[in-house]
Write a protein that binds this ligand. Structure first.
Ligand SMILES: [Zn+2]
Ligand SMILES: [Zn+2]
Ligand SMILES: [Zn+2]
Length: 330
């Protein structure tokens, strides 16, 4: 036991150390198992745009290489929020890769108790919006697959209406596999005594629902999560102001630059190009720029190659690209 180590810094180190320890378990008989983490944390379960990497039908090198070399693959963007003190955990967005992501979440938090033949998969699922990468993973909690029992699913009022009135989602509701809870802009949801999640409205193509980003606040740190937004200047908040309120910002890094998707008008699929975000933030202090972590990368995005020139440009600007499986202490 590490009794008496109660400072945030120490606790944060423990989280990281324990996470590393978990990663080591299974690597061999000598792998040390460190003390369990004590503070809540986020696990990055996926960092790709909705279609994943490799992407359906892509014959270009971005995806051919990912089929050849699994290290280049990325799952659709998703987070796990884990709270070791209560043993609870929450999923942020249910992606088409949910099966693999649940497996990645297996040990988080290490204090989790799973009893009975079909224990709850999560203590709740927060949905950002109704594009395929963010909610269609719910197909796996119905009768044909896991058969969840009243899994709490948090969604905006419009997304809730969409799920309640359109199959196959409506059957999940009527058969009691999911239990919908309405999220409201700016209204925090308490997850644990020092852990809360606040939805923030963001402008994004709203064919079926509006879109939320999320701010997750733990005892030591706050994290902004905005995987999809049309453009920063269409947001009613200033990115710079929101950055001041948080310690880390996982933001829309779908495309690196204009012209990246041949044969498609990029104005129909608006996102802030990473180049635009970097240019916008150049005047900020390095400590503010250092909060920016790009996620939700399209398969075409050259920054998906962690060793490539695009990733180096991002790093030179003081920002970085999210890594699959990384642990972010709260
Ligand atoms: Zn998306
Ligand atoms: Zn591709
Ligand atoms: Zn979207």
């Amino acid at each position: 036991m590490l009794a008496g180590s109660h400072s945030f810094v120490t606790a944060r180190v423990l989280v990281i150390a324990a996470a590393c320890g978990l990663a080591l378990v299974g690597c061999g008989p000598a792998a040390p198992r460190l003390a369990p983490p004590v503070e809540p944390y986020v696990v990055v379960l996926g960092t790709a745009q909705d279609g994943g990497l490799p992407h359906l039908g892509c014959e270009r090198e971005c995806c051919r290489r990912a089929w050849r070399e699994p290290g280049y693959r990325r799952l659709a963007a998703s987070l796990l929020i884990a709270d070791p003190s209560s043993g609870r955990r929450w999923l942020v967005d249910a992606t088409p890769d949910i099966r693999e992501q649940l497996e990645r979440a297996r040990e988080h938090p290490p204090t989790r108790r799973s009893e009975g033949p079909r224990p709850p998969l999560f203590d709740g699922v927060f949905l950002s919006h109704a594009h395929i990468g963010h909610y269609t993973g719910l197909v796996h909690v119905g009768r044909e697959a896991y058969g969840a029992d009243r899994l709490p699913v948090f969604a905006s009022a419009s997304l809730r209406r969409y799920l309640e009135h359109n199959g196959p989602w409506s059957l999940l509701v009527s058969a009691g596999h999911i239990q919908l809870v309405t999220l409201a802009e700016g209204q925090p949801v308490s997850l644990a005594p020092e852990l809360e999640l606040t939805p923030v409205s963001v402008p994004h193509r709203d064919e079926y629902s509006d879109t939320f980003g999320f701010i997750v606040r733990g005892p030591s740190r706050a994290l902004l999560y905005v995987p999809d937004i049309d453009k920063w200047d269409r947001w009613e908040r200033r990115l710079e102001d929101v950055l001041e309120e948080v310690d880390l910002a996982l933001v829309d890094g779908t495309f690196f630059a204009d012209g990246e998707v041949p044969g498609r008008a990029m104005s129909e699929i608006p996102h802030p190009f990473i180049e635009e975000t970097l240019a916008r933030l150049t005047a900020l202090a390095p400590v503010e720029r250092g909060k920016i972590v790009f996620t939700h990368l399209n398969h075409s995005n050259p920054a998906a190659d962690a060793e490539g020139a695009a990733a180096r440009r991002i790093n030179a600007a003081g920002c970085r690209v999210a890594r699959e499986g990384e642990i972010l202490p709260l």
